[in-house]
Design a protein around this ligand. Structure first.
Ligand code: TMP
Length: 413
C-alpha cells in the first residue's frame, strides 16, 4: 500500500492561494504495471489534480504519493530510448564545449542519473562523474557499467558530504526537478555543490507545450511541478542564484534547458528576457489560460472516445502502441480499458507480459504487429516518438493499418 498525503501550500512560495485547474480523477500511479496474479486485487488509486499558485504561478500537484513508493524501483530506463540517447550525446558535447574544455578533470554530478546514459557521455569526454539515483535497479545497472552512482535521493545533506572532496563544475538534472517535492532543499544542495563558479543545468518539460499541445497525459503522480520560468525566477532568487540562459529542446513533447549559476558569474543571455516576455504575453500569470486548458482537455477526452467507439462499431480491432506512463494516464482518464484495446505493444522487456494499471490491458512484445500480425488501428500512447514509430511500422501501415494520434487533436494516420 502506497503512502499518500495532501499538502496545502505552494512548493515554491508557500502561498495557500491555490486554485484547482484540472481534475483527472482517482488514478493508480502511472508506472505501477501489474502482474497477472494482481489483477483481482484492488489497486491503490489517488487523486490526480492540477493546481495553480496565484502568487508565484507554479502549476503543481498537491496530492503526493510517497517518493519511496514511486522511485525506489523504476521502470523507465533512459538507454531504452534511442532518441534520448542521441539527445544526451549532443547534450554532453555542448556542455563540455561551453563550460568544461578549459578545466582539468572537471566533476560532473547528475541528479536522477537513471542508468548512467548521460554521464557515460561525459566520461568519454574525460570528465570525472558521479550519479545520484534513488532506484536501486537503475543504480546497479549504472555501477555495473562503470558509471559511479550513489543509490539515494539527492538532498542538501548528501551535497555536504560530496563537497568535502570536491565542488562540481556542472550539475545536471534532466526530467527530475519536477519529481522533487522539497525544491528548497534541492536548491540548498545545488548551492553547496557548485561553489562559487559551478553551473547547474537542468531540463524540464515546458508548461507552454503542455498547455498548447494539450499534453494532459504528462500529468501524473511522479510529476509534482510543471514549470514555466516565472516561478523558477522566484525560487532561484531565494538562493542568490540566477538563470543566465534558457534553450528550447524538442524532447519529451517540448522541453526547456535552463542554466543557473551564482549571480553575476555569467552574462545573462537575451533568451531569459524573451521567455519572460513570452510567458507574460501568454498570461501565464492569469487564471483564464488554465481554465481554457481544462475545458479543452475535457473535450479532447470525448473526441478520443468517439473516434475509438466509431472504429469499434466498424469492426476494427484496436490496440495500443507504447505502454508509457503517459499512456496509462490517458487510458485511465478516458476510461479506455481491455474491452476497447485488445493489447498494447512495447519494446521494453520488463513491461512485457504485465498489465496496465487501472485498465488491465495486456502488454505484449512488438511481434504482434509484424506483417501477419493482428490489429487494425494502433492508439499511439508514446506520441512523443511518433516520427520514429510510424517510420519503423511502415509494414503495418502499408497493409492498411492506421495509427490514431490522440493529442492535441485525435487523427488517424
Ligand atoms: P516514454 O515516453 O516514457 O519514453 O515511453 C515510451 C514507451 O514506448 C516505452 O515503454 C518504450 C515504448 N516504445 C516502443 O515500444 N517502441 C518504440 O519504437 C519506442 C520509441 C518506444
Amino acid at each position: 500500500m502506497s503512502h499518500y498525503n495532501f499538502v496545502k501550500k505552494c512548493r515554491i512560495c508557500s502561498s495557500k492561494n491555490l486554485e484547482l485547474i484540472l481534475d483527472l480523477g482517482e488514478q493508480p500511479p502511472a508506472n505501477s504495471l501489474l502482474q497477472k496474479n494482481q489483477l483481482e486485487i484492488s489497486e491503490a488509486k489517488f487523486p490526480l489534480r492540477l493546481f495553480w499558485c496565484k502568487d508565484c504561478f507554479l502549476v503543481q500537484l498537491l496530492d503526493i504519493v510517497s517518493k519511496e513508493d514511486l522511485f525506489k524501483h523504476y521502470f523507465y530506463m533512459t538507454s531504452a530510448s534511442k532518441p534520448i540517447v542521441q539527445h544526451f550525446q549532443k547534450y554532453a558535447g555542448d556542455i563540455f564545449k561551453e563550460f568544461l574544455k578549459e578545466q582539468k578533470n572537471p566533476l560532473i554530478i547528475e541528479i536522477g542519473s537513471n542508468d548512467g546514459s548521460l554521464l557515460k557521455e561525459f566520461k568519454k569526454l574525460g570528465c570525472s562523474i558521479l550519479g545520484i539515483e534513488p532506484a536501486s535497479n537503475l543504480s546497479n545497472i549504472a555501477n555495473g557499467s562503470g558509471i559511479s552512482t550513489m543509490n539515494d535521493f539527492f538532498s542538501s545533506d548528501i551535497a555536504k558530504n560530496i563537497v568535502q572532496s570536491k565542488n562540481a563544475s556542472v550539475i545536471v538534472a534532466n526530467n527530475v526537478i519536477g519529481h522533487i517535492e522539497n525544491l528548497h532543499d534541492l536548491m540548498k544542495g545545488i548551492k553547496i555543490l557548485i561553489g562559487e563558479k559551478g553551473v547547474f543545468v537542468f531540463e524540464v518539460p515546458y508548461l507552454i507545450d503542455l498547455i498548447k499541445k494539450l499534453e494532459f497525459d504528462t500529468i501524473y503522480h511522479e510529476h509534482l511541478s510543471y514549470f514555466s520560468i516565472l516561478p523558477l525566477l522566484h525560487l532561484m532568487k531565494n538562493f542568490g542564484l540566477e538563470i543566465f540562459n534558457i534553450q528550447k529542446q524538442s524532447v519529451h513533447g517540448g522541453t526547456i534547458r535552463i542554466f543557473v549559476s551564482n549571480k553575476d558569474i555569467f552574462k545573462v543571455n537575451e533568451s531569459v528576457k524573451k521567455f519572460i516576455q513570452l510567458e507574460t504575453d501568454l498570461q501565464l500569470n492569469k487564471i483564464e489560460i488554465y481554465k481554457k486548458f481544462s475545458l479543452e482537455v475535457k473535450e479532447l477526452k470525448f473526441k478520443i472516445l468517439n473516434l475509438l467507439n466509431n472504429l469499434k462499431e466498424n469492426n476494427k480491432s484496436l490496440f495500443g502502441y507504447g505502454a508509457s506512463a503517459k499512456g496509462n494516464v490517458l487510458l485511465n482518464y478516458c476510461n479506455i480499458d481491455h474491452t476497447i484495446l485488445d493489447f498494447i505493444i512495447d519494446t521494453t522487456p520488463i513491461k512485457q507480459n504485465k498489465f496496465t494499471p487501472g485498465t488491465h490491458i495486456p502488454i505484449l512484445s512488438p511481434e504482434k504487429i509484424n506483417d501477419k500480425g493482428d490489429g487494425d488501428v494502433a492508439l499511439l500512447l508514446a506520441w512523443n516518438y511518433e516520427e520514429q514509430i510510424l517510420d519503423k511500422e511502415h509494414n503495418f501501415r502499408s497493409r492498411g493499418g492506421n495509427f490514431l494520434i490522440p493529442i492535441p487533436k485525435p487523427i488517424l494516420k
